[in-house]
Write a protein that binds this ligand. Structure first.
Ligand code: BEZ
Length: 259
């Protein structure tokens, strides 16, 4: 049986780069939807450690990255010193110069105040500027979240759903928010992407440590271990196949144009 290390902090950049590289690897084909052109000014919103910002820069576009986590920005600057990276909040960021496009991969499901993020993105774009994003959509990690909530309830913590940090909208919901704030939504899709997790048997425990620590805040180490074990036990029959954990990801992908 794999050992469990007790989560001590969020956004550990080494854990992110070592075990969760799929976050940006899957994001690479989103770049085709972005279709960056040389000379364009493009903001990567929620750039993490900068891998996709660098891919955008390689096309000849002028890429910049922002992220709310100072640890991520510090690592992004070390990784790609030729790119400008800043700490900023999706709900309130401002740009010095309007952009041709705002790009965002695997971030906006962390922003429950979607209307504020959309307002920031809108003001950051030139007229006819593009907003291209992918994030968790309606039904994303439904099986994992349910298992987590029931494991947490089983150790005596009430209303675990109130700890849920994520926002997974439907196409209709998100497109309406965009239209209300002056975007034309010209492409939107919702699709399942079962996602193999790194690290074999420890895959789901590592995923919880990296991404679901909001559920574990205030728990004793013993409770945390119990919760993770219970999640593993309950998900093993459905999400563990041939020695690999498969997360039940469901993505929403959007291309919208500022009117
Ligand atoms: C996602 O990329 O869908 C995701 C990642 C971490 C937590 C929740 C969702």
């Amino acid at each position: 049986m794999n050992s469990i290390s007790i989560p001590k902090h969020n956004w550990d950049t080494s854990l992110y780069e070592d075990k969760h590289a799929f976050v940006w690897q899957y994001g690479e084909d989103l770049l085709q939807l972005l279709n960056p052109k040389p000379g364009e000014l493009i903001l990567d919103l929620g750039c993490g450690t900068g891998q996709l910002t660098e891919k955008i820069a390689q096309t000849g576009a002028k890429a910049m990255g922002i992220d709310s986590a100072a640890t991520m920005i510090e690592k992004a600057r070390q990784n790609y010193p030729h790119i400008r990276f800043d700490v900023a909040d999706a709900r309130s960021f401002q740009v010095a110069q309007p952009c041709d496009a705002v790009f965002s991969n695997a971030v906006l499901h962390w922003v429950k105040e979607a209307d504020r993020a959309i307002a920031s993105i809108h003001q950051a774009l030139k007229p006819k500027g593009r907003f291209v994003a992918e994030f968790g959509g309606k039904g994303n990690i439904q099986v994992i979240a349910k298992a987590l909530e029931s494991a947490i309830a089983s150790v005596g913590i009430s209303k675990p759903q109130t700890l849920n940090p994520w926002y997974f909208p439907s196409i209709g919901e998100y497109a309406s928010l965009l239209e209300k704030q002056g975007f034309d939504v010209i492409y939107a899709t919702l699709f399942s992407r079962p996602t193999p997790l790194a690290d074999k048997e420890a895959g789901i425990a590592n995923w919880i440590e990296m991404f679901a620590s909001a559920f574990l805040v205030g728990m004793s180490d013993e409770q945390t271990i119990q919760v993770i074990r219970k999640v593993e036990e309950s998900l093993k029959p459905t999400l563990y196949q041939d020695g690999t954990w498969i997360a039940d990801y469901r993505r929403i992908r959007i291309l919208a144009i500022k009117i």
